[in-house]
Design a protein around this ligand. Structure first.
Ligand SMILES: *[C@@H]1O[C@H](CO)[C@@H](O)[C@H](O)[C@H]1NC(C)=O
Length: 316
C-alpha cells in the first residue's frame, strides 16, 4: 500500500483486467491487491480468494475468503504477501506452461518448504553482533545481480529500520538485473566507499558476482571490512565467486548456490540454508534470501524482531 490503491484507481487497468476476466483468461493478485483492486472491481464474486491478513475482512465483502497461501478458483489466482510471492509466481508458471516447467523453475529457487513458525540458521563460533544505534548496511548491486536476492535483502533490512545504502558497482545508478528487472541504486560505489558500514552484504547472480569480483574498490572494501573485524556476507554465486577467491572465507564455513559449492574450500556446511560463522554470513539462493536477511536482523536486533518481520511478511 498504497500501490494496490493506485492500481484500483486506474480505469485503464480496471478495463483491461475486467476484459481479461470476461474472456475467461487468467488474472491474479497478491497481498492487498485481491481485496483492494480485484474485489472492489467485483471480479472475485462467488470465488474463493485470499489476501494479506489485514485485508481479509475487506475481502470478505467481495469474495469467499480462505487462508491458503495461494488460491485458485476458476481463472482467478490470489495470494497473501511477500513470503508467499514465490509460490504464487510458480503457480502462475504452472497455469501458463504446465507442471513440468513450474518444477523446472522452482528447483533452483530453493524455496522454503515448511511454514511452521520458524526459520533455521546454522551458527558456528557464535557471538552477538553489535552495531551503531542503527545498523548501517551496504548492499552493492551490478548488472546481472539476482533481483530477488538484492530486493529481499534491501526490503527486509529496511523493514527492520536498518540504514541500507544500495550502491552501483558500475558507472550508472541503474543496473539491469539477471532477469531484466531494472534497479536504481542510491549512489555509485565510489561515493559509498567513503563511508564505513557495520555490514557489507552481496546479492548473487552470476554476472553480478563476476562484476563484484572484478571491482577493485569493492574487493578492497571487503578486505578492509574483514581486517577491521566488521561483518560481511554473501549469497548464491557471491560466496564462491567473490569471497572465496579473495581469501575472505579462509578458515570459515560457508554455503553458496548448489552448483557453486564445489568452489568452497570448506564445503562442510554447503547444504545449510543460512550459515553464520562468527562475523560472516552466507546463504544459497533466491528462495533462501528472506531467511538470510531475517538472520541478519536477528543477529543485530534479536530473534523477536526477526520473527515479527517474518510473520508480517508471511514467511513462516
Ligand atoms: C492509468 O495508467 C496509464 C498508464 O500509466 C495512464 O496513462 C493513465 O493516465 C492512468 N489512468 C488513470 C485514470 O489514472
Amino acid at each position: 500500500m498504497p500501490g494496490a490503491t493506485n492500481l484500483k484507481d486506474n480505469n485503464t487497468l480496471e478495463n483491461i483486467v475486467k476484459k481479461q476476466a470476461s474472456e475467461g483468461r487468467l488474472y491474479a493478485a497478491i497481498c492487498a491487491a485481491p481485496a483492494v483492486a480485484l474485489g472492489s472491481w467485483g471480479l472475485l464474486k462467488g470465488l474463493k480468494a485470499t489476501c494479506y491478513p489485514a485485508f481479509m475482512e475487506q475481502l470478505s465483502s467481495s469474495a469467499t475468503t480462505v487462508e491458503s497461501r495461494v488460491q485458485q478458483d476458476g481463472t482467478a489466482i490470489t495470494s497473501r504477501g511477500p513470503g508467499t510471492a514465490m509460490e504464487y509466481s510458480v503457480a502462475l508458471v504452472e497455469q501458463l506452461f504446465g507442471k513440468e516447467r513450474a518444477d523446472e523453475v522452482a528447483g533452483p529457487l530453493l524455496m522454503l518448504s515448511k511454514h511452521d513458525g520458524q526459520f533455521i540458521v546454522t551458527e558456528l563460533n557464535k557471538l552477538q553482533w553489535t552495531s551503531s544505534s542503527v545498523p548501517k548496511i551496504l548492499v552493492p548491486i551490478a548488472d546481472g545481480s539476482e533481483e530477488m536476492e538484492a530486493v529481499m535483502i534491501i526490503d527486509v533490512l529496511r523493514r527492520a529500520k536498518a540504514e541500507v545504502v544500495v550502491a552501483s558497482v558500475g558507472n550508472k545508478l541503474e543496473i539491469v538485473a539477471s532477469r531484466k528487472v531494472k534497479l536504481v541504486a542510491d549512489m555509485l560505489l565510489d561515493e559509498a566507499a567513503k563511508h564505513s558500514y557495520d555490514l557489507i552484504v552481496l546479492p548473487g547472480g552470476l554476472g553480478g558476482a563476476q562484476a563484484f569480483a572484478d571491482s577493485e574498490t569493492l574487493v578492497n572494501l571487503l578486505k578492509k571490512q574483514s581486517e577491521s573485524d566488521r561483518y560481511y556476507g554473501a549469497i548464491c554465486a557471491s560466496p564462491a565467486l567473490v569471497l572465496e577467491p579473495h581469501g575472505l572465507l579462509k578458515g570459515k564455513k560457508a554455503t553458496a548456490f548448489p552448483a557453486m559449492c564445489n568452489k568452497l574450500s570448506d564445503p562442510s556446511e554447503a547444504e545449510s540454508r543460512v550459515v553464520v560463522d562468527g562475523k560472516l554470513i552466507t546463504s544459497r539462493g533466491p528462495g533462501t534470501s528472506i531467511e538470510f536477511a531475517l538472520a541478519i536482523v536477528e543477529k543485530f536486533l534479536g530473534h523477536e524482531k526477526a520473527l515479527e518481520i517474518a510473520k508480517a511478511m508471511l514467511v513462516v
